[in-house]
Design a protein around this ligand. Structure first.
Ligand code: 3PG
Length: 377
């Protein structure tokens, strides 16, 4: 069990500057927020701190840190909830003074952390600068806690530190996968199977069934000797996939959707041609999964089953409907998967929807994250 110092156990936050690391990395289109899910999830800790009369200094990244990646739209969105001041320069000698002039309950948000190269390098000077903006540090950014960045691991080494309400819930809810109710179905979609090998090797020993989708499955099919045509697969996989392929816990697709010069069509998995690109899981496979989902007590799922970027979302949508109707405890994460669930209005049908993509996978693989370890020191 992970024990974290919790913000609701912190004594007397009134009048203190709380440097609050959130993950407000939300999709922006035309200067407007396309999906405010992560901001909404942050409100619990924000409102708790406001009720404690803390002076809240929010720090977050957005995008990759290009000059046009700005938190200005996020500041505007927060301002519709409560008065929020935007400090438009990340590194400014003014910022410390401005935070010291705040009144109890005030909220400011500082511009994109990734405008400084020091953030991703966990530069000690940059961490020291950030620490001047708060008296106490709170991390409520589970979804970036797999990054050993200055605002995630550098600052908590310099200030008294606590876990926010959201990060604690993420940790507690996802940890059920380590002592699962059975039968336990584990579903991993998306791409880059090389980065998911530790996770798959671990869960092939824990889960009762593992279903691998997305481009990941193309590596498994190729290793098994099937033709995968022009399908996307990960060339960086070192070592072999035999352990996974030999396990009777691994469910491989029965059929797939392929794209070729003639359009797209469903094919049995052993009848893919050299000119075909596998882009989704086929309907017979989904029919088979219906039985597995129906008997599962726990379902943990991260990543879409098809080529999401090219619009092949059918199998993922079918599986969302199946899991929505199941009696299993269901945990799901990953930006694309959650976006589809949200679009289908099915968020409330899942037991827990993680804000994490990569962070959820790393936490499942390692049972901790750099940002969590930093809070335990
Ligand atoms: C995410 O969107 O998964 C987090 O904000 C982390 O972003 P990153 O993958 O750019 O580090």
């Amino acid at each position: 069990m992970i024990i974290l110092p919790h913000v609701t156990d912190a004594s007397d936050l009134s009048g203190k500057r709380v440097l609050l690391r959130l993950d407000l990395n939300v999709p922006i289109e035309g200067g407007e927020i396309r999906d405010p899910y992560r901001i909404e999830k942050s409100l619990q800790t924000l409102n708790y701190l406001r009720a404690q009369n803390a002076r809240i200094v929010i720090i977050s990244h957005i995008g990759k840190g290009d000059p046009e990646d700005t938190l200005a739209p996020v500041a505007r969105y927060l301002n519709t909830k409560f008065p929020t001041t935007f400090l438009s320069r990340l590194e400014s000698s003014e910022n410390e003074r401005l935070t010291k002039e705040m009144e109890d309950g005030d909220v400011v948000i500082v511009e994109n952390l990734r405008h400084s190269k020091g953030e991703e390098k966990n530069d000690s000077q940059f961490a020291a600068y950030l620490a001047t903006l708060g008296d106490v540090y709170v991390n409520d950014a589970f979804s970036v806690s797999h990054r050993a960045h200055a605002s995630v691991v550098g600052v908590p080494a310099l200030l008294p530190h606590y876990a926010g309400i959201q990060i604690r819930e993420e940790v507690e809810r996802i940890a059920v996968a380590f002592k699962p109710a059975r039968p336990f179905l584990f579903i991993v979609g998306g791409a880059k199977i090389s980065t998911k090998m530790p996770l798959l090797k671990k869960f092939i020993g824990i889960a009762d069934h593992i279903f691998v989708g997305g481009a990941n499955v193309n590596n498994l099919l190729k290793s098994k000797g099937y033709e995968i045509g022009t399908s996307v697969y990960d060339k960086d996989v070192d070592g072999d996939l035999t352990e996974l392929l030999e396990s009777n816990r691994l469910i491989l697709p029965i059929d797939v959707v392929v794209k070729n010069d003639a359009g797209s069509e469903v094919r049995p998995v052993n009848q893919v041609n050299s000119g075909d690109m596998i882009v989704d899981i086929g309907p017979e496979t989904i029919k088979y999964l219906e039985g597995v989902v129906g008997s599962a007590q726990l379902i943990v799922w991260n990543g879409p089953l098809g080529f999401y970027e090219q619009g092949f979302t059918e199998a993922t949508r079918e599986l969302i409907s199946l899991v929505s109707g199941s009696r299993a405890t269901s945990l799901v994460g990953g930006g694309d998967t959650v976006a589809l669930i949200d679009e289908m209005g099915a968020i409330d049908n899942f037991s827990f929807v993680s804000t994490g993509g990569g962070a959820m996978l790393d936490f499942l693989a390692n049972e901790t994250l750099p940002g969590i370890e930093a809070l335990q020191k």
